[in-house]
Design a binder for this molecule. Structure first.
Ligand code: SAM
Length: 308
């Protein structure tokens, strides 16, 4: 076979940057968030081929490596030392070492160390790529049943209540689906604060994703607060909350409309520039009525007005 006419197989094409990676690069590797079967083939290969693994907690990563029979030198790179370590790690990559960055679970840089090393590597002109994989936020929003088209990842809310409430205040009008990480011991307090500040919205509480006790409660915030009055939170949680447009703004507007008479409601759209048909159509849609019902009600009002 003429090698020039040989096309790469699908597999070879997909082998991508890993097989072609230049000497001295950073490879960010996502690891499972509970279920070890979620490790990807690329992640395993990256770990096997690394010269050095920068790990959030080397003991945690050692368990992962042992499980897959991999032996590699490791260096710790966590929230408290990432800044100090980044310079030396960049130097090692410049000397040609392949560095793999992992965190304890999931995707590095997502509520985990990684951001600083990645930024400094980019700034130093070191090639940076990734073996992507699990991230609890993505799994939770996908399974939430809430809109996934636009979402906003907020990570962990501040632990001090005053700061937390302040941060939630800034999210009141956020229309995108909101995603929060939370620890079990703060869950009850956070659910109550969310309800108090953002109002009663649809919420999905995802617990122990990919693990034996995986559970997703999809309910209103107020019901989830009640459930947790008698239930002790246990395990890891992601909270996914409907954005303001989806629930709050529409509910507020609905309350406003229901306080108006039908002709006031139609008048609102007339004042905004709609013609009469358009205004009736919009008011009918807001109130869940047919256009014919709106027309009939307005006729009856007008008749009453004339008679009265
Ligand atoms: N880097 C990770 C990722 O990609 O999702 C997140 C690490 S952060 C330190 C840990 C938080 O992520 C937990 O407190 C929890 O909110 C969320 N989390 C991680 N694994 C989870 C799981 N299996 N089920 C639910 N939440 C999880």
């Amino acid at each position: 076979m003429n090698p020039e006419t040989t096309h790469p197989t699908q597999h070879e094409e997909n082998a991508g940057p890993l097989s072609l990676r230049p000497a001295g690069s950073l490879l960010v590797v996502a690891t499972p968030i509970g279920n070890l079967e979620d490790i990807t083939l690329r992640a395993l290969r990256a770990l096997r081929e690394a010269d050095l693994i920068a790990a959030e907690d080397t003991r945690q990563t050692l368990r992962l490596l042992n499980h897959f029979g991999i032996k590699k030198p490791m260096v710790s790179c966590h929230d408290m030392n990432e800044h100090a370590k980044a310079g030396d790690l960049v130097r090692q990559m410049r000397e040609g070492r392949q560095l793999v960055l992992v965190s304890d679970a999931g995707t590095p840089g997502i509520s985990d160390p990684g951001e600083i090393l990645i930024r400094e590597s980019i700034a130093a002109g070191i090639p940076v790529t990734m073996a992507p994989g699990p991230a609890a936020a993505i799994m939770a929003v996908v399974l939430s049943g809430l809109p996934t088209g636009r979402f906003c990842f907020e990570g962990f809310l501040p632990s001090a209540r005053k700061d937390r409430v302040h941060q939630l205040e800034t999210l009141k009008m956020e229309t995108r689906t909101l995603i929060f990480y939370e620890s079990p011991h703060r869950l009850k307090a956070v659910l109550s604060d969310l309800l108090a500040v953002l109002g009663d919205r649809r919420c999905a509480l995802a617990r122990e994703l990919t693990k034996m006790h995986e559970e997703i409660l999809r309910d209103t915030l107020s019901n989830l607060v009640s459930v947790h009055e008698v239930r002790e939170p246990r395990g890891e949680y992601v909270l996914v909350l409907a954005g303001a447009e989806a629930d709050l703004l529409r509910d507020n507007a609905r309350e406003e409309w229901l306080r108006m008479t039908l002709s006031e409601h139609v008048g609102l759209y007339l004042a905004e520039g709609s013609d009469r048909m358009e205004a009736m159509k919009k008011a009918a849609k807001d109130r869940g009525l047919s256009k014919r019902d709106v027309y009939a009600a307005l006729q009856a009002d007008a008749q009453e007005g004339k008679e009265g």
